[in-house]
Design a protein around this ligand. Structure first.
Ligand code: WQD
Length: 421
């Protein structure tokens, strides 16, 4: 059946207001198959991003229906985002949200799946405040997973990272590569993948000693839910981990984009801030040009943020029982068993720092000045994805080229010089 007749699936996106999150939410709205709930503590985002996402999706949907078309209730519902300004470490607040959607009709309704993007992600910062990173990235994830079990929510798309590979033994990097992160940030991603993997292997059973049952019954009484749950999901826990390489660019409308707090740590948003005049003394410090690469500067695999977002929709479709993607991705899974699968999301193409600077010079017309300085702690010479598994099993593709990424990034930045105000 086409998405039009199916009831909307409730999907919770954590970090939904962020750079990646807002583009993922936009792409979910475009499918008109999901009712999106967003949780974001706005540590590195503003609520305005989701307001714009909802407006953009509705405008584009209206345009696709033609001038005199009447919007159905479903059309409207599928572009409204239920946005919550809340921290994932606030267990009761997150549980409240799950409870709001949980209904007793034999486990129907409720939150169908979770796309877990919220995390702190600055590699350098993680070396100076590791506990904050473990608290925010790891314990918040464990808390989220336990709430998912309480409410029979057994589908997860997890935002992971190429940093799980540390300095990879080979480039391009296949998913079978050992995970050996060399920063607290990267280690939080490895740990979360392992937690999810073990949960899938355990088939999603809850805490053995029954504390979860106690908690569940308290929750149910509190929420006046008529049904009792067993404290473990009735369906096996299935999870797909998406290992992001370097997302870049923005939606071509220029309405949404990357809006980091303070001076950007990442190369592309920093170059955009320089070109729009947000950086005093705009000299780009190039962190080392003595790497074994094409021009001595670090090489990364940049992909358009909308291609990355598309990978999340494919992952959700692969988690949908009975879908063709589900059959392909989880073909080897015995019936009733949980399963964890990881995929690289990248183009499989590397670009050096200097090549990025040149591409941004062309896109912005800004004459960048560069100064070579020492290497940055935690940097590795080259991170390039082998994206073949995502291509064959998920049907993933990242067709946008670097010129498009830079053009879309600049279109966003010049139209929003101070970001979301
Ligand atoms: C790219 C290259 C720098 C700034 C990011 C995220 C990380 C992960 C992967 C999510 C590097 C060089 C940068 C500057 C420079 N994403 N550079 N001067 O390091 O690959 O990591 O993507 O999981 O969380 O941080 O991206 O944009 O920081 O750096 O020379 O002022 O540009 O050395 O080689 P990175 P980046």
């Amino acid at each position: 059946q086409s998405g039009q007749e199916e009831p909307l699936k409730n999907v919770l996106v954590t970090g939904g207001a962020g750079y990646i999150g807002s583009h993922v939410v936009y792409t979910l709205l475009k499918t008109r198959q999901y009712k999106v709930i967003s949780i974001d503590n706005h540590h590195n985002s503003l609520p305005a991003s989701l307001t714009r996402v909802s407006e953009l999706a509705l405008e584009e949907h209206k345009a696709s229906l033609g001038p005199n078309a009447q919007l159905s209730q479903r059309d409207i519902d599928s572009t409204i985002i239920d946005a919550h300004d809340c921290d994932l470490t606030n267990h009761s607040a997150v549980r409240e949200i799950f409870g709001k959607y949980y209904s007793s009709e034999n486990g129907k309704g409720g939150i169908w799946g979770v796309v877990h993007i919220a995390a702190y992600k600055a590699v350098g910062e993680s070396t100076s405040i590791p506990l904050t990173y473990y608290q925010n990235n790891v314990s918040a994830t464990i808390s989220l997973l336990s709430i998912m079990l309480e409410f029979n929510c057994a589908r997860l798309v997890y935002s992971s990272s190429a940093t799980v590979y540390g300095t990879p033994p080979e480039v391009p990097i296949p998913e079978r590569t050992r995970r050996e992160a060399d920063s607290p940030y990267g280690r939080t991603k490895v740990m979360c993948e392992m937690v999810v993997e073990d949960l899938c292997e355990s088939n999603g059973n809850a805490v053995a000693d029954g504390t979860c049952h106690l908690v569940v019954s308290l929750v149910i009484r509190f929420h006046h839910l008529t049904t009792t749950t067993t404290g473990s999901t009735s369906t096996p826990f299935q999870a797909i981990s998406l290992r992001y390489f370097n997302p870049a660019g923005a939606h071509p409308s220029g309405r949404i984009g990357e809006d980091p707090r303070g001076r950007p740590g990442n190369l592309l948003p920093l170059l955009a801030h320089m070109a729009v005049g947000r950086v005093k003394d705009p000299v780009l410090k190039v962190f080392g040009n003595d790497y074994p690469t094409v021009d001595g500067t670090c090489v990364r695999d940049y992909l358009h943020v909308l291609d990355l977002a598309g990978g999340h929709v494919l992952a959700l479709q692969a988690l949908q029982e009975g879908s063709t993607l589900n059959g392909k991705v989880f073909a080897s899974v015995k019936a009733g068993k949980g399963k964890f699968k990881a995929y690289n999301l990248g183009k499989g193409k590397g670009m050096s720092v200097l090549q990025i600077v040149e591409a941004m010079r062309k896109a912005t017309g800004f004459e960048y000045k560069t100064e070579v300085v020492g290497r940055r702690r935690g940097d590795v010479p080259a991170l390039i994805a082998d994206p073949s598994l995502a291509r064959t099993e998920l049907g993933f593709d990242a067709p946008h080229d670097l010129e498009t990424m830079c053009r879309d990034l600049w279109n966003w930045q010049k139209g929003n010089p101070a970001g979301y105000v």
